[in-house]
Design a binder for this molecule. Structure first.
Ligand SMILES: Cc1ncccc1N[C@@H](C)c1cnc2ccsc2c1
Length: 115
């Protein structure tokens, strides 16, 4: 009983921290390419190349509708954004550079908040 309650508390705290982290990601100056789903009509080839699209608005929706069981599952979706970005964009491009900058910021912040 006590163990279950402790586990539940840590999950609640972990997911509350994910909301804080997501707000910081969305507010970051380099977040612009990742705020909403990539419009595959505006970006030829995207739907073919990127099997699991992800963006911050989708993560927010999933947080609000309780689709993350814990902070680890949240981290998986955030990293998916950066993996998709590296797969589709040249490192030496506007969006590629934004992706690297966001990943560096995220890696630092989640370690501070969740580890
Ligand atoms: C993250 C990402 N990866 C690959 C392509 C696009 C994007 N971002 C979208 C928002 C985006 C970003 N910039 C432009 C410029 C013309 S369409 C468009 C769409």
């Amino acid at each position: 009983e006590k163990k279950a309650r402790l586990a539940q508390d840590s999950t609640t705290k972990g997911l509350a921290t994910c909301r804080v982290l997501l707000a910081e990601l969305e507010a970051h100056q380099d977040a612009w390419p990742f705020l909403t789903p990539v419009n595959h009509k505006a970006v030829p080839g995207y739907r073919k190349v990127i099997k699991k699209p992800m963006d911050f608005s989708t993560i927010r929706e999933k947080l609000i509708t309780n689709q993350y069981s814990n902070w680890e599952t949240f981290i998986v979706d955030v990293n998916l954004i950066f993996e998709n970005c590296e797969r589709f964009n040249e490192d030496d491009s506007e969006i590629g550079r934004a992706g690297h900058s966001m990943r560096i910021f995220f890696d630092k912040r989640w370690a501070e908040l969740l580890m």
